[in-house]
Structure formats: C-alpha cells, structure tokens
Write a protein that binds this ligand. Structure first.
Ligand code: PSV
Ligand code: MN
Ligand code: MN
Length: 386
C-alpha cells in the first residue's frame, strides 16, 4: 500500500460517536432557543443520528443519556437503531439532576443518597446489556463550594467504593469510562477534577476502567495532547468527549475554536497507537443557535480533517529532525502536515466509500430538514433540564 492509500484506509475505518443530546433543543441557563423539527423522542434522535451517518459514513454509533433517553424497552430501541444503520454507543449516566444530589451523588455524605446514585449506575449497566452498549460513561457533578463543607479524603473513599461496586457489575466486554472536569457545578473542590484523579481510580479498579478526556474540561492553556500521550502510554485512554471551548465548558463544535489543538491531539492518538485501539471518539456538544444536524456533520468532518492531517505527518522526517536536534525542521514537519489542505483527500475518501463528497450539501439537498419540520411538532428539550 502506498502511504496515501494507508492514510485513506485509516480514515475509512474511523468512527465518531454522536451524542443523542446534541439533536434536541439545548441552551444556556439564560435561554433555550427552540428549533423547529427537533426530535420528540429517543427514537427520533436516532433517526437524525442515522442521517449524520448516512452522509458522513463515519458516525455509526450514538451515545445515550439516561434518563434523558429513557424508554420502556431498550432492546427495542437498539433494534430500531440497527434498522436505521446505527448502533447504541456509550450509556451516559446522570447523577446530577435530582434534588437529592445537592451535596453530591456517589460522594454524598448520606449513604442513602449514595445508594440511590449507585442504583442508577447499575441500571445504566442493565441498559448496556439490553442495547449491546460496551461503554458506561461516568461524569460526576460532585464537589463542594466551601472549604470545610465536607471531608475531601472521605469523599474520595466514597467515590472509590461506589466505582468498585459498579465495576464488579460490568460484563467481560464492557468498560467504565471515567470523565474528569476541573470545575463546575462545584467551585471550591471537584471530586474528579483532573486526569490524575481519574487515572488513580481507574488504575485501582482494573483493566475495564479507563479515562475519558473531554476537551472542554481543562483550564486555559492546558496541554491536552500531553495528557493524551500519557494516558495512551499507560493503556488508560478510553476515549474522548470532543467539543470546543473559548472560555469554560462551552460545548461548541469540535475544531471550531482551535483546530490546531485538535490536530495536536489527533497526532498523539496516531503516534500512540490509539487510532487502531479501543479509543472512542465521541462528541459531547450542544448546538444552541445553529442548526443541529448540519453542525454535527460539520463536527464529524472537523474530526476527520484533524485526523487526516495527523496521519500525514512525516514521522520518519520528524524522528530524524528530533534525533539531530533540529528544532526548526522538526516543527516544520509538523506544521507542513497541519497546513495541508486535506479536503480534496477526504472528498476522494468519501467517493471511494460510495458517499457524496460533500456531506453538508448532500444533507441539505436531501430534504430531511424540511420533512422533520413538517412532521415533528412540539420537540422535546434535550440536554439540561430534559
Ligand atoms: C457536563 O460538563 C457534561 O458536559 C459532561 O461533559 C458530560 O459528559 C455531559 O455533560 C453529559 O452528562
Ligand atoms: Mn463530556
Ligand atoms: Mn462538559
């Protein structure tokens, strides 16, 4: 295989998971601008996700969020997805929306609240069993607002105990993906604030526990690719929640704010063998003012473009420059790849996959947006507050 053929082959195998909550209405705490035609049920979210896969060819799975995507029959939901050419991806738990969770969930001082939270996580594993999902994605809003509010170490002990119970319940081919976030909603101390804390818990739990890197969950200036390289080196990178941030956890389209950062991250993934390993490339975004399906298609394309550029880095030339201490040349090799216009290459890849080379144009011409606006009246509010 020529090198370009290998790059194309890799791009064809890439899979980007889209989040069910990105298809519904969402907003900030100030206002939700409702859009016409948004899904009214988890089934309709899958219909929209199937469209993204139809036009991109690389978005075959959809992450669910419980209870936002609660249904009576999860096996039927999975079957519905499969009939539309997609599958259920990660099951995202939600231990942050009930009044009971004011002081936390699995770290709460009251054992009764902890039990309720663990019960929810175990229910999520039941849903994984019913849908064939392989990943349980855990993000905890747990933390404290004031020094002295609770015992920092005690909360870590409670977290470890809860995680261990859920870990025991996982099947052989199921994983637990632990997500960290440096602040919010708690402001003084967050119980899983960084990759180190997530890593320490996952290490103790075992091979089926891995860390999720949500690109929006870091302080400004954080070198995320270093974290990616380190986790991959340790075999503990479970996946990504991709999105973009300008200020905090903005959940904007991945690759919009800083496409160079996304490229640097994808280079470390390629370099670390994560591209062919079980690293899940998930989106965790909300589309508050832009049309949702086109924004998700655009996001998938942004991931593809960053990946293509990462695959194009001339690693032999880079290694030679690094070994000889040629700082400028090493940087030039990386920048050459980043500055390559990979859009023609991706158009070719799509044509070879039997797709329209222009997914956004093809989606717009398909009439799907007009059809759902006409058919779906009274969309549900997905995401926060659903
Ligand atoms: C909250 O910050 C958050 O965006 C996390 O990143 C989760 O992955 C997501 O919500 C869904 O629970
Ligand atoms: Mn996330
Ligand atoms: Mn987030």
């Amino acid at each position: 295989m020529t090198e370009l053929a290998a790059v194309k082959a890799a791009l064809k195998t890439q899979a980007v998971e889209t989040p069910s909550w990105a298809y519904g209405n969402s907003g900030t705490r100030f206002k939700v601008f409702a859009q016409a035609g948004v899904p009214r049920s988890p089934f309709e979210k899958l219909d929209d996700a199937a469209k993204v896969h139809e036009f991109t060819g690389v978005a075959p799975t959809v992450a669910l969020h419980i209870p936002w995507d609660r249904v009576d029959d999860y096996a039927a939901l999975a079957e519905y997805a499969e009939k539309r050419g997609v599958r259920v991806g990660a099951i995202n738990s939600n231990t942050f929306q009930d009044d009971d969770y004011k002081l936390g969930s699995v770290c709460h001082p009251d054992p009764a609240v902890r039990r309720k939270a663990v019960g929810h996580l175990l229910e999520c594993v039941d849903i994984m069993d019913a849908t064939g999902s392989k990943d349980l994605k855990l993000w905890f809003a747990d933390g404290t607002n004031y020094p002295g509010q609770d015992d920092l170490r005690g909360r870590q002990d409670r977290l470890a105990e809860a995680l261990a119970e859920v870990y025991e319940r996982l099947g052989d081919d199921q994983r637990m993906l632990l997500e960290y976030k440096f602040f919010e909603p708690a402001f003084y101390a967050t119980d899983v604030p960084d990759w180190g804390t997530a890593y320490a818990h996952c290490l103790k739990l075992g091979d089926k526990a891995q860390v999720v890197v949500d690109t929006g969950h870091h302080a400004p200036g954080t070198n995320i690719e270093f974290i990616v390289a380190t986790l991959l080196r340790e075999g503990k990178l479970g996946g990504f929640d991709f999105n973009s941030r300008f200020y905090a956890d903005d959940d904007l389209m991945v690759g919009a704010a800083d496409p160079f950062q996304l490229f640097r991250i994808m280079y470390e993934v390629v370099r670390g063998g994560g591209f062919s390993a079980d690293v899940a490339f998930m989106l965790d975004q909300c589309h508050n003012i832009e049309a949702k399906i086109p924004a998700i298609i655009r996001s998938v394309m942004n991931v593809q473009e960053a990946t293509a550029k990462a695959l194009l880095v001339d690693r032999d030339a880079l290694a030679a420059a690094q070994a000889s201490g040629d700082v400028l040349e090493a940087n030039a090799v990386v920048m050459d790849a980043y500055n390559t216009d990979v859009r023609p290459l991706l158009r070719e890849v799509r044509e070879e996959m039997g797709l329209d080379p222009e997914p956004l144009k093809a989606y717009r011409a398909s009439g799907w947006a007009e059809k759902v606006v006409a058919e779906r009246v009274g969309g549900e509010q997905a995401g926060w507050g659903a």
